[in-house]
Design a protein around this ligand. Sequence first.
Ligand SMILES: Cc1cc2nc3c(=O)[nH]c(=O)nc-3n(C[C@H](O)[C@H](O)[C@H](O)COP(=O)(O)OP(=O)(O)OC[C@H]3O[C@@H](n4cnc5c(N)ncnc54)[C@H](O)[C@@H]3O)c2cc1C
Length: 470
Amino acid sequence: MSTQSSTKTAPKLAEQAVNAFHAQLRGELVQPSDAHYDEVRKVYNAMIDKRPALIARCKDTSDVISAVNFGRDNQLTVAVRGGGHNGPGLGTCDNGLVIDLSQMRGIHVDPSNHTVRVEGGCVWGDVDHATHPFGLAVPSGILSSTGVGGLTLGGGTGYLARHYGLTIDNLLSVDMVLADGRFVTASATENSDLFWAVRGGGGNFGAVTSFLFKANPVQTVYGGPMFWPLELSADLLRFWQDFILSAPEDINGWFAFATVPPVAPFPEQHHLQKMCAIVWCYTGDPADGATVLEPVRKFSPPAIDFAGPIPFPALQSMFDALYPPGLQWFWRADFFNHYDDKAIDLHVKYGSQLPSMFSTMHIYPINGAAGRVGQQDTAWGYRDAKFAQVIVGVDPDPKNNERITEWAKDYWLALHPFSAGGGYVNMIMDEGEDRVKAAYRDNYMRLAQIKTKYDPHNFFHVNQNIKPEE
Ligand SMILES: Cc1cc2nc3c(=O)[nH]c(=O)nc-3n(C[C@H](O)[C@H](O)[C@H](O)COP(=O)(O)OP(=O)(O)OC[C@H]3O[C@@H](n4cnc5c(N)ncnc54)[C@H](O)[C@@H]3O)c2cc1C
């Protein structure tokens, strides 16, 4: 039984109180009677259709403090929205108050210190745009429209994880508003327990108004996808597993089952074919990229080969157009240490049955720099795992929801016995307390203690919820 996004019925709000709250805000307060309410309440996953009583579109930290205080004083269910990408829609709620940070998109790059301060409502494309001219990048994911807030607080795995670690490994501090309305900074030297918890513990501890990241030297990389026929998938998966576990850390490549989109520049003869793929990102000298990936092309020449020199932001946004907002998404995830032959056979079985053009399965390597951080150094629960796996059933048409959901569940059930036990919190649905505990393993108890200290009444509960101790 799942509880994290459960909402109580909103208490009747006095018009006067709402008006007074509205008057405090620099940003808008959107209500169901407003013409653009339906537009503003939408989140990325169209499977989620929640109707908040109020949406505070905060403009600044002062707005966030007012919103937290109003939500608490009026016993409202409160959701904090960053980029709105979350699978189970944990950036919104029914009947309650959404603290929408999407208008808070300021960024300041400090090129001399290699740092970047990012406001809580930015998406990764904002960050890449700001840092790229300085030859810098912060490790994030594989799409530019994902929110910085949710991705970072859950951990963040993507193209740069093997070279520069998870997103949280590059986080230097956060500014945040706690459940009691206090504004605090958390870093290695200030509120260090809170800083430990926000590096993986999700939105459980407060609303983060800004993140300070270390930025790394990344500019033009050698990257992009290579596709092979499905018949090669077992051999490719075996080859890739060995290759990526021993490759230098500046090489990243994630494995996928995918359908070739029926658009240019994909060759027409492969349109709508189910294939296996690896999407590369080599952060060394792009001139060496072809040599570095020579063993891959030697394994078997790819049927489609788009890997080459590419500006990092272009790689990061390569799949944005394929996955616009408004599709139906169903997620399942697990961490893995190793894929043996039985697990590989099951991958081939379910990967060959992708139920729609948009559905896919990805395996992200999390060895290298991400794997060298100690298990207790941050709240992220699986530093020893080698792979983060995600299965997503995706389709534009809600009529196909049963098909994409059943496929993702069956695929996950078949592979789960081979997994390390838990899944990445940012890539699961609303799957209940046991799955949250499995995601954090031995770090869960410390997270619960820190939750008790900073949010004893579980005010921030619309998330992969860590419950305060009784
Ligand atoms: C197409 C797609 C691709 C993805 N690719 C990757 C990937 O490559 N790597 C990866 O690691 N993840 C990836 N994800 C997963 C992603 O990390 C999660 O969906 C994440 O929750 C998105 O964050 P958001 O801010 O957009 O979401 P939201 O829905 O806005 O929020 C998600 C959760 O975070 C909390 N939150 C958000 N911002 C704040 C804040 N400022 N302060 C406090 N709490 C906050 C919310 O309360 C909520 O609980 C992907 C998701 C999608 C849909």
